[in-house]
Design a binder for this molecule. Structure first.
Ligand code: SF4
Length: 316
């Protein structure tokens, strides 16, 4: 098959995992035991907390990243202090682009990018968050979002080999939800991977997990992908070979080959999330002010907030 130079580069530098990597026997069980043992001391506090919402503690990449920024921000999110999510122009554009690429990967018949964007918008109209936002737009704004989504499909096609034609070899899966439960159901860890590529090969690590981004790189992207690698390991029993955040606008990516250290690091972050949730109500959280204070629901009342305009050296 004739590939462009850019597509060849993606294949050779990102997708080529050779014959895969052997997997230590019992690795998934070892990681599960580590999390179960790590969270055990905190389960009574979680279950007995009158402040946490009822039901399992839900940890996803966003919450773990909030904890890395500031425990107060993490607690505010756990307690539902954030205003309900409503789409902005940027988030709606991202959602429509992802849906369009998902359809491009999943549909058997080839379609032009504008048609995919049209179809994606029609599907998303039923979404309880996207639908109302879409309905609120005028025809010009909708056309603009569709055009941006179509451009993302074109960038995806330019960067990746033709996935439809290589379906058997690449075994593509898009928008894959992953979930693992611990502590007898007291903890749910969840994530959604944009794209999984490379067919499984005889119990060896071969899969490449990819998150597609329209924006610029952030340090947190690497942590997000490590969490996905951990969840994939629990789901499939085999870790992915590699994870990567792929930037559609530049065609560049941030890769990481998944090692046992990668997975233990992700497991430790989950344990720290549970420990921090269990500390809710035990005095003042560990406050770490920074630019993230701008988006914190406690920024008006927090004594350490970096957005108080009347104190020297602070943002605002
Ligand atoms: S305002 Fe800043 S320091 Fe205070 S809780 Fe929020 S993120 Fe943390």
């Amino acid at each position: 098959m004739e590939l462009s130079a850019i597509q060849r580069r993606t294949v050779s530098s990102l997708l080529d995992t050779g014959s895969g990597r052997p997997v230590s026997s019992g690795l998934a069980g070892l990681l599960r035991d580590r999390i179960e043992e790590g969270i055990r001391p905190f389960l009574p506090a979680l279950r007995g907390s009158a402040r946490l919402p009822p039901g399992p503690l839900r940890l996803a990449k966003e919450r773990l990243n909030e904890l890395a920024r500031c425990e107060g921000l993490f607690h505010a999110d756990l307690l539902g202090e954030r205003a309900p999510f409503v789409h902005s122009d940027a988030s709606a554009a991202g959602t429509l682009a992802h849906k369009s690429i998902e359809l491009d990967v999943a549909t058997a018949d080839p379609a032009e990018p504008p048609a995919l964007a049209e179809l994606a918008a029609a599907r998303l109209e039923r979404d309880r968050q996207f639908g109302p936002y879409w309905q609120s737009l005028d025809p010009g704004s909708r056309a603009d979002l569709r055009a941006r989504a179509a451009r993302s499909v074109e960038q995806f096609r330019t960067s990746f080999p033709p996935i439809r034609a290589l379906r058997r070899r690449l075994a593509p899966v898009s928008e894959q939800w992953l979930e693992a439960r611990f502590g007898g159901g007291a903890l749910r860890v969840v994530g959604k991977v944009d794209l999984l590529l490379n067919a499984a090969r005889g119990g060896r690590s071969t899969r490449v997990l990819i998150d597609l981004k329209r924006g610029r790189p952030w340090a947190e992207h690497a942590e997000d992908m490590r969490l996905y690698a951990l969840l994939h390991t629990f789901r499939c029993g085999i870790p992915p070979y590699r994870v990567a955040t792929f930037f559609l606008s530049s065609g560049e990516w941030q890769p990481e080959d998944v090692t046992e250290e990668t997975l233990h690091h992700a497991a430790q972050r989950v344990i720290e999330g549970v420990a921090a949730a269990a500390r809710l109500g035990e005095g003042t959280p560990q406050l770490r002010p920074g630019r993230h204070c701008v988006r914190c629901p406690r920024s008006d009342t927090c004594p350490a907030s970096a957005v108080q305009p009347d104190l020297p050296g602070r943002l605002g």
